[in-house]
Design a protein around this ligand. Structure first.
Ligand code: 5CA
Length: 158
């Protein structure tokens, strides 16, 4: 089965980085963590949410990879980043990551974001992340997530 262009972009980014991981494009929605968990038969906590912010002073893209069970503590991320966070709207997400909301992947972005990883994700043997569309996912280990993104593991939850 061929992947849609956005899912293929993520597959290519994984392959280019040397990760033997496979993007799955499903017929059902994986737009939300709950839908993604149901689709793969996992728990919501095993779903990697990709939450985008804008760094308010420098306009950098900020990517917070958090467990589907958690909410991002913006104050904690701001402290790690060293500047305030601004909300990212749907247009910002699309323009600056190359992905639509609900399909933002950890890799394959238009520009390399400042990346933070929820320490709770490291408590799972395997997790699932979005792969470019609201129907595409891939399974990986938390260690692979850290290595492929170069993200900083931290306490980022409320
Ligand atoms: N595919 C699923 C599971 S991996 C997924 O991408 N989930 S997600 O949580 O990473 O992506 C949805 C997130 O996009 C929401 O948690 C929310 O933070 C954000 N979001 C949803 N609507 C908007 C919006 N209108 N503007 C900005 N961000 C939004």
């Amino acid at each position: 089965m061929s992947l849609s262009p956005s899912a293929q972009k993520v597959q290519d980014a994984l392959t280019a980085r040397g990760f033997p991981l496979t993007v799955l494009e499903l017929t059902q929605s994986t737009r939300t963590s709950a839908e993604a968990a149901e689709a793969v038969g996992g728990t919501v906590a095993q779903i990697v949410k990709s939450i985008i912010f804008r760094a308010a002073n420098t306009d950098r893209v900020v990517l917070v990879l958090t467990s589907g069970a958690n909410r991002v503590n913006e104050r904690a991320v701001s402290a790690l980043l060293g500047e305030p966070l601004a909300k990212a709207d749907a247009d910002f997400v699309r323009a600056r990551t190359g992905f639509v909301i609900g399909g933002v992947a950890p890799v394959g972005h238009t520009e390399t974001p400042a990346t933070f990883i929820d320490e709770d994700l490291l408590g799972h043997a395997e997790v699932w992340a979005a792969a470019g569309t609201p129907n595409a996912l891939f399974k990986l280990t938390p260690d692979q997530l850290v290595r492929m993104t170069g993200g900083q593991v931290a306490r980022v939850k409320v």
